[in-house]
Ligand binder design. Structure first.
Ligand code: ASP
Length: 342
């Protein structure tokens, strides 16, 4: 089991103070934001692009938090940055369906009110996460799908984009490869770049999550994965914390992974312990692999996965932490400029 948690040696001191509810120490842990760029197997030549992208997204979300912005604004911004980055399986860069189309899923959740919004199998828009937020804010529903989601996007004045603009050469190459009669579907899924997600706690203690994906490679048309399903592809509750998962959607749905991890936290487990327990249960019970980013209300974060890799980054106390492989935790000051990030 990998990898890291916001609970480090100097945080242990903070944590003991948390248990005595010291407001000064809690304030020092907030705000915080953690993002992931998908669990799986990132090909070697794409590893650095994948890490740079999550660092960019973490910086963008954290800048909003540092300026006093809300956790919801921060997670939507971080996920928008990742959707716009063709290195990830979300927005531009999404994987293709069996028939070669892009159908995207996204969710947001506000831990203050438990309000949530999602879209599934939506086509022809650049930023499904922003449409999911509009579903939350402007409708009485939790999820809109397919043509209904597109109609709603038009009504909200969201610009339609040509499908071609969402499809990268890499996505098309992998789609073709997976259509070959001798294709190994497991191997093909492993090569895929990731779904994206973010969790955050703002300076007011409000918590939010957002997740966005193109889904599984060569999925059937109309397939709805875990991402837009509340409690599976994301959950946020100010009283407990927030989770954004990635991995095999059908497995995540069977164990309602996001809510399962928060349940373990309600039982007194730390963010890291709860993440490990949820991922271990999914592996043992339904043979599912994946990863998560998690935060708790005090600002303790964790980035954990049982897949080979998961690009992740977390920002707290003006420090940026990131990693891709098991056991990695690189860190640098948050303002350090990114070189060759695309
Ligand atoms: N969970 C996503 C889905 O099944 C895929 C992923 O996270 O890589 O749609």
């Amino acid at each position: 089991m990998d990898t890291l948690s916001g609970l480090r040696s100097d945080d242990e001191k903070h944590l003991s103070l948390h248990s005595t509810k010291c407001p000064v120490t809690v304030a020092a842990m907030l705000p915080v934001l953690a993002v992931h760029g998908g669990a799986g197997h990132v090909p070697k030549e794409r590893a650095e692009i994948s890490c740079a992208g999550v660092r960019d997204a973490a910086r963008a979300g954290y800048a909003i938090l540092r300026a006093g912005g809300s956790a919801m604004d921060a997670v939507v911004e971080a996920v928008t940055v990742l959707e716009n980055n063709p290195a990830y399986n979300a927005g531009r860069g999404s994987v293709l369906t069996r028939h070669g189309h892009v159908e995207m899923d996204a969710i947001v959740m506000d831990g203050r009110t438990l309000a949530s919004g999602a879209v599934s199998a939506v086509k022809g828009i650049a930023n499904p996460v922003q449409l999911a937020r509009l579903v939350m804010e402007k409708t009485s529903h939790l999820c809109l799908t397919a043509e209904g989601a597109s109609e709603f996007a038009r009504a909200m004045g969201i610009q339609e984009v040509p499908e071609e603009s969402l499809i990268t050469d890499y996505a098309r190459m992998r789609w073709r490869k997976n259509l070959q009669p001798d294709a190994n579907p497991v191997e093909c899924q492993m090569g895929k770049m990731g779904t994206v997600g973010a969790v955050a706690v703002d300076s007011e203690g409000n918590i939010a999550c957002a997740t966005s994906t193109g889904g599984m490679l060569n999925k059937m048309e109309g397939r709805v994965g875990d991402t837009p399903c509340i409690g599976c592809g994301g959950y946020a509750d100010n009283k407990v914390g927030a989770v954004s998962p990635t991995g095999h959607g059908e497995a995540i749905m069977k164990v309602t992974l996001a809510r399962l991890i928060l349940f373990y936290m309600e039982q007194g487990k730390s963010a890291q312990e709860a993440a490990d327990m949820g991922l271990a249960y999914m592996k043992e019970r339904v043979e599912g692999l994946g990863g998560v980013v998690v935060v708790d209300p005090q600002g303790v974060w964790a980035a954990r996965f049982n897949s080979l890799q998961m690009a992740w980054a977390a920002a707290q106390n003006d420090q940026l932490h990131y990693g891709l492989y098991a056991g990695e935790d690189f860190s640098q000051p948050i303002e350090q400029p990114e070189q060759n990030s695309q």
